[in-house]
Design a protein around this ligand. Structure first.
Ligand code: HEC
Length: 154
């Protein structure tokens, strides 16, 4: 019986690990962007009752203008307002070597993604996999959608 049950136990463990997100990158490396408000506001996206304010730093803007990949250490913060109220923060951060933390095919370059509630607490249900799958088609501009807005910053 042991021979028959061992694979079943292993399969169960694997399913549990997958459902817990353990097979994916540890996005807890991305901290709350305390300094986003002092960062450089480079754009606003409005869609229905959603308003998104976009922040990064001067080095990232200069890289975008030169058409180069973003430097290691870049943090981009999107502050999401719904009906005028602060709803959440979504953050992407790039560090040399972070790409190796995502299993092949699930990542987005050296970026990790994390979501924070309006009070700054991280959303534990969001490991960044969904974020990365939607940003991955932007690979030719280093996985960032709003590069054109960065280029138009003075
Ligand atoms: C369904 C596709 C989709 C998903 C899922 C998604 N994003 Fe985005 N993201 C976008 C688009 C499109 C933009 C450009 C702004 C806009 O049009 O709202 C964007 C913009 C951003 C930006 C500003 C930099 C940029 O790329 O322009 C950040 C930061 C960001 N997203 C983080 C996240 C995080 C963190 C998650 C997961 C919690 C996430 N995104 C999930 C589509 C997505």
């Amino acid at each position: 019986m042991t021979v028959l049950t061992a694979p079943a136990v292993l399969a169960g463990c694997l399913a549990a690990a997958l459902s817990a997100g353990a097979a994916f990158a540890d996005n807890s490396l991305v901290g709350f962007p305390e300094d986003h408000a002092e960062g450089l506001h480079y754009g606003t996206v409005e869609r229905g009752n959603i308003t998104e304010e976009l922040y990064t730093d001067r080095e990232a803007i200069e890289a975008a203008k030169r058409g180069e990949p973003f430097p290691s250490g870049t943090v981009i913060t999107l502050v999401d307002y719904r009906g005028g109220d602060l709803h959440r923060y979504v953050v992407m951060e790039k560090r040399d070597g972070w790409g190796a933390l995502s299993p092949a095919g699930t990542g987005a370059g050296d970026w990790l993604f994390r979501e924070f509630a309006a009070d700054g607490t991280p959303n534990p249900a969001e490991d960044g996999t969904r974020c990365m799958s939607c940003h991955r088609p932007q690979a030719r501009q280093d996985f960032v959608f709003t590069v054109d807005r960065m280029k138009s910053v003075e």
